[in-house]
Design a protein around this ligand. Structure first.
Ligand code: NAD
Ligand code: ZN
Length: 359
């Protein structure tokens, strides 16, 4: 299938289907003389050869592999990618290919945004989570003081999503990715939420159901990005669960918990706050908790491992805040996201109460 993505200045396609890794070279929107593929150590072992072989012999292909994991979204690796691109003779008119999950996508996308003031790139996502990260053009690396602190907006020229690659994902990566899927359902689509809540164990989801959910998630994101590419308004809704989620990730050193697992706890907290703000609303709080339990997510009780003060420190640094207030995405009902502002003290009290309530 092909899904169109539109922003004010550009349009591109998301190709989604099986066996697309071997077609990357032929699905490009135009001819490039040289391509520079950035990938990580896990994905390189599994899919790099296939993608390299998809380019015709008159294209010069160079590859660069960073270690797998969130810690590669970092200044040192960003710099290494630039060095290698220069050494390979990559030019302004050439192409960068991001082959991997959200880490590689964010890193390679930011390299493309900055190399020679910006060159073309495409996303070749290989995780469930990357149905989210590969679309919309937000690219970034982390700073020790906060996640995604250094980055820009740089839309890819295409997204080529081979769903066959998802067969090799671990249980942890399934959980991480499905958290963003259910996030898209919660902010936009009642039926999609029902579909998520009814899923059997992740092991037994059919390829067709997974592809259907990923397409729906991409469409939710596409509609929001079309309206608000630079996150001045509705795009903020996509941060549901992310304020606390990012704080948990940063506190855990980007290692002991995945992005999606941290966001899943953040969504639980957002539902808790939503329920207080909108007591009349029928929010799927219990159903959501059951879903987390059923799929073996780290539950919100994990918050007891962290210091509230330390989490609040990270939350205050969040880019989404204005000076005085902390802005949270809440739901007034399923499909109806809204923003609410809290003072630091008020949010801290809520977090303490939430932490003491959760099992
Ligand atoms: P990831 O890229 O680290 O991938 C997770 C793990 O799975 C890694 O170990 C990777 O090597 C491995 N892997 C990747 N594809 C595989 C495959 N097909 N088979 C087996 N193993 C595979 O992490 P992720 O969860 O894909 O992405 C998380 C990142 O995405 C975070 O840094 C987050 O901030 C970012 N993100 C960005 C946006 C955005 O809009 N730019 C949105 C959401 C998340
Ligand atoms: Zn996310």
């Amino acid at each position: 299938a092909e899904l169109p993505i539109h922003t004010k200045d550009t349009s591109y396609k998301v190709f989604i289907g099986e066996g697309l890794c071997s077609k990357v070279g032929s699905l490009l929107p135009k001819q490039y003389n040289q391509v520079f593929i950035i990938t990580d150590s896990h994905v390189a072992n599994l899919y790099l050869n296939e993608v390299v072989a998809s380019f015709s012999s008159n294209v010069t292909v160079s590859t660069y592999t960073v270690p797998a994991g969130e810690n590669s979204k970092q200044m040192d690796w960003f710099h290494e990618c630039h060095t290698f691109a220069i050494e390979s003779g990559l030019e302004r008119s050439d192409l960068i290919v991001a082959l991997g999950g959200g880490v590689v996508g964010d890193l390679a996308g930011f390299v493309a945004a900055t190399y020679m003031r910006g060159i073309d790139y495409i996303q070749v996502p290989t995780t469930i989570l990357a149905h989210d990260s590969s679309v919309g053009g937000k690219v970034a690396i982390n700073h020790p003081q906060g996640k995604n602190m250094i980055g820009s907006f740089h839309q890819p020229k295409a997204v080529i999503y081979d769903t066959e690659t998802l067969a090799t994902l671990s249980h942890t990566e399934w959980r991480s990715g499905m958290a963003e899927v259910i996030k898209h359902a919660l902010i936009a689509d009642h039926e999609m939420l029902e579909q998520c809540l009814e899923l059997p164990s992740f092991d037994s989801i059919s390829n067709a159901t997974l592809a259907d959910l990923l397409k729906k998630g991409i469409q939710v994101k596409a509609a929001i990005v079309r309206e608000d590419e630079k996150e001045k308004g509705v795009r903020r809704y996509l941060n549901l669960g992310h304020t606390l989620g990012h704080a948990i990730e940063a506190e855990s050193g980007y290692s002991s918990i995945t992005h999606g697992e941290a966001v899943a706890i953040g969504i639980d907290f957002a539902l808790f706050l939503s329920n207080k703000q909108f007591p009349e609303a029928t929010l799927p709080i219990d159903a959501y908790r059951k879903w987390l339990e059923k799929h073996h997510y780290p539950m919100s009780s994990k918050l007891k491992e962290y210091s509230i003060e330390a989490l609040m420190e990270k939350i205050k640094n969040d880019k989404k805040n204005d000076r005085q207030q902390i802005r949270m995405v809440l739901l007034s009902s399923v499909g109806e996201p809204t923003l609410a502002s809290y003072t630091e003290k008020a949010l801290m009290d809520e977090l303490i109460e939430f932490r003491s309530e959760v099992r």
